[in-house]
Design a protein around this ligand. Structure first.
Ligand code: FE2
Length: 362
């Protein structure tokens, strides 16, 4: 038996314990869960349920970090954030130790080709976002000259970078529509709230406070809350800022669908973004993101529609694909026999992602 976040539970999983609501049993032990059961439980506010081990198709890694490291970090962030008024050095120590686990996990990875599509968030957005941003920041920072000790400090700062959001009402954070000027000004105070909480209540490093305060500053000085520009922004905050944008655009939210990785990188590589974000961090991100993960459906420049079958470690933009629809618009009956190595077909380019894989955390 294992307690599993609802987002990880697949249809067909067997319940290992009865589920109660308002004192009544709504689903019994041994029941095979349907997709609509899972949906209904989520609607009712269930976050985790107990299922039989056999029915757990648990991925070893979710994106960059292991399932265990990720869930532990999410729980720690959630516990600390929910009691943010009472944060102290002891509680920050828990953050520091989660940061250490994440860094050790990433440092243990041989292949830095990261399928960041897996790092998506669902209902408990703020906590998962902080963990995602940490994993991405560490993956970027690892490629720069930084000591392991500093990498852990950066990770701790990234884990709490949005703690100030706990002071912003949920209805503003999750608003489905344009924020009013007052609401926007309210949201833009979260880096200050985070800085105040961390600097006044914990003995953490000023570098951690800087990440909380500066992660929405932009190189052109048009960011918030202080309008710092260029070198006035700490280099770690610049890395966290790129990771923050990546995860914010990638994630589904009540008011928008997450963007595919190629669209985000196009955005980050644009001239507009280059005025705002650190070019070194973006360059590293370009080199480590797997744009077209296995299972993604893509449109090719010759009109074909194909599904990614395998990565090409030498060139992430040119994977091996199975052709689903040929250049004349005809559906291929047996795509397994129509394999294209884009590396060997330089005239064919990927135009866009039509559909991403079904993320295990979606
Ligand atoms: Fe933020």
């Amino acid at each position: 038996m294992r307690s599993v976040p609802l987002g990880m539970v697949k249809a067909g999983s067997i319940l290992a314990a009865n589920i109660f609501s308002n004192g009544r049993t709504i689903l019994r032990k041994g029941h095979s869960l349907s997709q609509s059961n899972i949906k209904a439980l989520r609607k009712m506010g269930f976050r985790t349920i107990h299922i039989e081990d056999d029915s757990l198709d648990k991925p070893k890694k979710i994106g960059i970090i292991s399932y265990e490291a990720r869930e532990k970090a999410v729980n720690t962030v959630e516990t600390v954030f929910k009691d943010f008024e009472n944060i102290d050095s002891q509680k920050f120590e828990k953050i520091r130790s989660s940061a250490e686990i994440i860094v050790d996990d990433i440092l243990g990875m041989d292949d830095l080709a990261i399928q960041m599509h897996d790092l998506r968030s669902w209902d408990d957005y703020t906590y998962r976002h902080c963990v995602n941003v940490t994993a991405i920041s560490v993956a970027i920072a690892k490629m720069t000259e930084i000591s392991v000790g500093n990498l852990k400090l950066l990770a701790a700062g990234a884990l709490v970078h949005d703690i100030g959001k706990m002071k912003i009402p949920d209805f503003i954070l999750n608003k489905n529509g344009k924020l009013s000027d007052t609401e926007r000004m309210n949201v833009q105070q979260h880096p200050v709230h985070g800085f105040d909480l961390l600097s006044e209540k914990t003995q953490s490093s000023p570098l951690v406070w800087a990440i909380a305060r500066q992660h929405h500053e932009t190189l052109d000085g048009n960011g918030y809350p202080d309008g710092r520009a260029g070198t006035q922004i700490h280099k770690w905050a610049k890395i966290v800022s790129v990771a923050d944008v990546w995860d914010a655009l990638r994630s589904d939210r009540p008011y928008k669908t997450g963007w595919p990785p190629d669209k985000i990188l196009n955005h980050l590589n644009s001239e507009t973004a280059s005025k705002k974000f650190d070019s070194d961090a973006i360059e590293i991100l370009n080199s480590i993101v797997v744009l077209y993960p296995v299972g993604a459906k893509i449109r090719l420049s010759n009109g074909m529609i194909a599904e990614v079958q395998a990565h090409n470690p030498d060139d992430h933009q040119r994977p091996v694909v199975r052709v689903l629809v040929d250049e004349h618009g005809r559906t291929i009956d047996d795509p397994d026999n129509y394999i294209l190595r884009l590396e060997k077909n330089p005239s064919i380019r990927i135009i866009e992602t039509i559909q991403m894989t079904n993320s295990p955390v979606k």
